[in-house]
Design a protein around this ligand. Structure first.
Ligand code: NAP
Length: 259
């Protein structure tokens, strides 16, 4: 199936590795012109090289408003107006409510909620003018099923989900769709840090920590790159033009919610 996005500019934030990179790879496979982003220039350049010769990249921190303006400007200079935006950044740290002070909440809000809203405001005028736009926010399964010790992440992501749900309706008649992708337990560098922490906490090997986590998923395995990127590419396709304001969970059946 031709997704109809060949030649369109896709800005994929937080994409030097993990789920952001998976999305970029899938969009690249559909012929979109990709601009990658992350904070670490060397890692970012290597990711761009791995993806292909024509891939652009802009280093910068999505938590910072000045960086956001520069990332958007440089992405536009690479390939023209941004038609596809994927928002992403590392998630807030786990921990009980008392572990997170006011600054931790402000930091999480900036990185995992206000950054996405800031980028949407930057890309929207071009999307509306072009009559086509696809916005996909990478959030988390915890939006559907909150866990203890995940209050910070769940709180700010629920806020983002609410804001995007309202915004999707505001622009629904312009050709711009807005959806969220909710990863379950996906085997990325971020999850590998969790294996290491759990191995230490329970005095087991990292392989055992990984196996226990996989066993908690109804499909009895962790998600892989190939499980996530294609869902992102589909939401960005012309075929997905009637799908907006949705939360699509990619989790092997992990979340035990009816809807
Ligand atoms: N993997 C899972 O199982 C899972 C489950 C639920 C939710 N999630 C959420 O999904 C998102 C992606 O997860 P992942 O596993 O792909 O994470 P990851 O492996 O840690 O990758 C995060 C990517 O974002 C970049 N990044 C982080 N903070 C940034 C910032 N402030 N500005 C710009 N770039 C930034 C990182 O590069 P630099 O460090 O160089 O900037 C890296 O390229 C996270 O929010 C995570 O919490 C993941």
């Amino acid at each position: 199936m031709d997704f109809g996005i060949s030649g369109k500019t896709a800005l994929v934030l937080g994409s030097s590795q993990g789920l952001g990179f998976d999305c970029a790879r899938a969009l690249h496979g559909e012929g979109a012109n990709i601009v990658l982003n992350s904070r670490t220039p060397d890692k970012l350049a290597m990711a761009a090289k791995n993806l292909g010769e024509t891939v652009g990249h802009v280093a910068g921190n999505v938590s910072n408003a000045e960086d956001r303006a520069r990332i958007f400007r440089e992405a536009r200079e690479f390939f023209g107006p941004v038609s596809i935006l994927v928002t992403n950044a590392s998630g807030p740290p786990p921990g009980p409510m008392e572990a997170h002070d006011h600054d931790a909440w402000l930091g999480a809000l900036e990185t995992n909620m206000l950054s996405a809203i800031g980028f949407v405001k930057l890309v929207l005028p071009d999307m509306v003018a072009g009559g086509f736009g696809r916005i996909v926010n990478i959030t988390s399964f915890s939006v559907r099923e909150p866990y203890p010790n995940m209050g910070l992440a769940t709180g700010v992501r629920a806020g983002l989900t609410g804001a995007m749900s309202a915004f999707a309706r505001e622009v629904a008649d312009t050709g711009v769709t807005v959806n969220n992708l909710l990863p379950g337990l996906m085997d990325t560098p971020a999850l590998q840090r969790v294996f290491a922490a759990r191995a230490k906490q329970f005095d087991i090997s990292e392989a055992e920590a990984q196996a226990r986590m996989a066993a908690s998923v109804p499909m009895q395995r962790l998600g892989e790159a190939v499980d996530f990127g294609p869902a992102c590419a589909f939401l960005c396709s012309r075929q997905a033009s009637y799908i907006t304001a949705q939360n699509i969970t990619v989790d092997g059946g992990l979340v035990g919610a009816l809807l």
